[in-house]
Design a protein around this ligand. Structure first.
Ligand SMILES: Nc1nc2c(ncn2[C@@H]2O[C@H](COP(=O)(O)OP(=O)(O)OP(=O)(O)O)[C@@H](O)[C@H]2O)c(=O)[nH]1
Ligand SMILES: [Mg+2]
Length: 220
């Protein structure tokens, strides 16, 4: 019997991710890996950001889902070039899937590439896709204890977005607790509070993303 260690698989993934990052750097495209629980509001936030960037910046999208193309259709409705990846049961995207998707996208210099990962706070944490920025969306109804319960993903990110802020009056959610836990786990990470429903906090987040230059391997 042969046993392949997980560390070997991750090493192979890292090598492919580095190739993806090189391709993106050569093309002058900044890529963001959006992660978060199912239903945390990833696609709705991407729609809001796409509207903000309309007429200002070119945006392309890779949608990762276990099955179906609902989210890709939502982004295509906004006129964005989009590739849907179906993982057929896998709980995260990997660098090989992104490499295939990059071949299908007509990327242009200066473009922003938004990658919506499969809804999951565990599996997505370990896989570098070749992105420049890793951002987690945590929505108010999920609760303010998620950083304590799923620390790995929060240690690896460049920014945390607290989403669905319009629901704060209905939910016992302490923003200060999240801020404190984020500082403890990852003092460098930026924190944003948004409501895609009301359009609040979108411009600030969009401008923070735009301000980033193409870089090397992100913190993991
Ligand atoms: N109140 C409120 N609801 C929101 C907001 N953003 C998203 N939602 C709702 O949250 C639900 C899930 O939103 P999606 O954007 O599809 O979530 P997602 O993270 O892309 O979901 P998956 O791709 O299935 O993981 C929908 O019913 C949205 O209308 C917000 O800012 N405020
Ligand atoms: Mg979605």
């Amino acid at each position: 019997m042969k046993i392949v260690a997980a560390s070997k698989i991750l090493k192979a993934n890292d090598a492919l991710a580095a190739e993806n990052r090189q391709i993106l750097n050569q093309k002058g495209v900044l890529a963001v890996n959006w992660m978060g629980s199912p239903g945390s509001g990833k696609t709705t936030l991407l729609e809001a950001l796409a509207r903000y960037w309309q007429g200002r910046r070119k945006v392309a999208v890779i949608e990762g889902d276990v099955a179906g193309s609902i989210d890709a259709e939502r982004m295509a409705t906004l006129g964005l070039p989009v590739v849907q990846i179906n993982t057929d049961g896998a709980c995260h995207l990997d660098a090989n899937m992104i490499a295939q998707a990059l071949e299908e996208l007509p990327l242009e210099t200066g473009e922003l590439l938004m990658v919506e990962n499969v809804g999951n706070l565990v599996c997505t944490a370990g896989f570098d896709l070749g992105e420049h920025l890793r951002i987690v969306i945590l929505s108010v109804p999920e609760g303010d204890d998620k950083l304590v319960k799923y620390p790995a993903i929060f240690r690896s990110i460049h920014a945390l977005v607290i989403a669905k802020m319009d629901l704060l009056p209905q939910v016992a959610f302490q923003r200060e607790r999240v801020q404190k836990d984020l500082t403890r786990l990852n003092a460098q990470a930026a924190l944003f509070c948004v409501s895609a429903l009301r359009g609040e906090g979108i411009a600030e987040l969009a401008q923070w993303i735009e301000a980033h230059q193409l870089g090397e391997t992100p913190n993991r």
